[in-house]
Design a protein around this ligand. Structure first.
Ligand code: SF4
Ligand code: SF4
Length: 89
């Protein structure tokens, strides 16, 4: 049971200090998660703290590969709305 940080991460360092398990480290291209240390914050917080502070959509996935912050969840610009606007141009 561990979250995964993927290449949408912009290495803002926001998640690094909020992890109660010191599971996050700086990789070559982006932040990474040590799967053997990540607890998904169970027992410490109600929500995964890394995903709670992450300002980027699609950067952190749960153990099923589902983004905590899916497209539109932070910007309010949902994919359907974006597609409509693009079609108008
Ligand atoms: S889910 Fe919690 S324990 Fe896992 S990397 Fe994120 S902050 Fe750390
Ligand atoms: S908070 Fe999000 S964008 Fe920032 S370093 Fe962590 S995973 Fe990457």
């Amino acid at each position: 049971m561990a979250v995964k940080i993927v290449d949408a991460c912009v290495s803002c360092w926001g998640c690094l200090d909020v992890c109660p398990s010191q599971a996050i480290y700086e990789g070559d291209q982006q932040m990474m998660v040590r799967a053997d240390k990540c607890t998904e914050c169970v027992g410490d917080y109600a929500d995964p703290q890394c995903a709670s502070v992450c300002p980027v959509e699609m950067a952190i996935l749960d153990s099923f590969g589902i983004a905590f912050n899916p497209p539109g969840s932070l910007t309010g610009i949902y994919p359907e709305k974006l597609a409509m606007v693009m079609e108008q141009d």
